[in-house]
Ligand binder design. Structure first.
Ligand code: RIB
Ligand code: NA
Length: 309
């Protein structure tokens, strides 16, 4: 099967509690609502790209349990190719415990479980499909050496690579930068990677220049309601791309919506300027923050204006 976008990444079952605020250490507070959703950064990004109309495949591992079996059905429901989704009895499907406060902010603990057992063998199975794809998308919720291996594999076949270093790790292997056509992270990840404060658009511009120096072809730093900052090796001047002002109820997974949309634009409009792709991806993500949950809040092509396509 030929696809536009391959995601090598994670699946998590999101266990979400909505509460007035995030609890302090040792504290118990009453929440108002609990729900279970499909999450994980890799799968979220894949679902958003698919909903915009991209043909996608997911390379991931889930547990041989109720959550894993359910997740495979979720991929099918979103028209995502599951040829490279495997199940293991050795670990549980990844899980994320999420608390969302009244401001729409969140705190998350992930237990990656089966995601960490995705190995080179499974990646090898996907090699020929990946080689024919237009874009590869990776994050850091699986073993980092598998993400890096996937980026290298894509590059060998001239497939564009988008790398989202999330959740960020302080001593990220330098090859991640070199293997990234687009290195895309949020403010806090940029802060961790550059060891400099990223609290303003100007800070993000400086952090972006530092990340660019490490060898990626382009850097995008997403900044929530401030939009994002885009830099390219061919044009290292930081470009601020503002976004629409919206009322957010749940920002969980907004970054993944942005990533999935970006991958869609790169695959479908390869000659569109990166700034324009980013502007459009901002607008897709802005829709996602206006309703509860991650994938449940991701728009379909039919929900969006024709000017985005
Ligand atoms: O980026 C949001 C995602 O992070 C959630 O869906 C959760 O599963 C965690 O992986
Ligand atoms: Na949302």
């Amino acid at each position: 099967e030929e696809v536009d976008i391959v995601v090598v990444g994670s699946c998590m079952t999101d266990l979400v509690s909505q509460a007035p605020r995030l609890p302090k250490a040792g504290e118990t507070i009453h929440g108002r609502k609990f729900f279970i959703g499909f999450g994980g950064k890799g799968a979220n990004q894949c679902v958003q790209a698919a909903r915009l109309g991209a043909k996608t495949a997911m390379v991931c591992k889930v547990g041989k349990d109720f959550f894993g079996t359910n997740y495979i059905q979720n991929f099918k429901d979103n028209a995502i190719c599951t040829d490279f989704v495997t199940q293991t009895a050795e670990a549980m499907t990844g899980a994320a415990s999420i608390i969302v406060n009244d401001a729409g902010e969140n705190a998350i603990v992930i237990v990656a479980g089966a995601n960490m057992l995705l190995g080179e063998e499974e990646l090898e199975q996907a090699r020929s499909t990946l080689a024919k794809a237009k874009v590869l998308l990776c994050q850091l919720e699986i073993s980092s050496h598998i993400s890096l291996q996937a980026l290298r594999m894509a590059r060998q076949s001239n497939v564009k690579t988008i790398f989202n270093p999330a959740p960020a790790i302080p001593d990220l292997h330098t090859d991640f930068y070199k293997e990234s056509d687009v290195f895309c992270c949020n403010e806090s990840e940029a802060e961790l990677l550059t060891e400099a404060r990223v609290a303003s658009v100007d800070d993000a511009g400086r952090a972006g220049q530092e990340l660019l120096k490490r060898g990626c072809a382009a850097v995008i730093i997403t900044m929530g309601s401030e939009g994002c900052v885009v830099l390219q090796a061919s044009n290292p001047n930081p470009k601020h791309i503002p976004t629409a002002k919206v009322t957010s109820v749940d920002t969980t997974g907004a970054g993944d919506s942005f990533m999935g949309a970006l991958a869609f634009y790169m695959a479908h409009y390869p000659s569109m300027p990166l700034e324009e792709m980013s502007r459009r991806a901002n607008l897709v993500a802005a829709v996602s923050v206006q309703s509860i949950g991650t994938q449940t809040s991701y728009p379909f092509k039919k929900d969006l204006g024709a000017e985005l396509f």
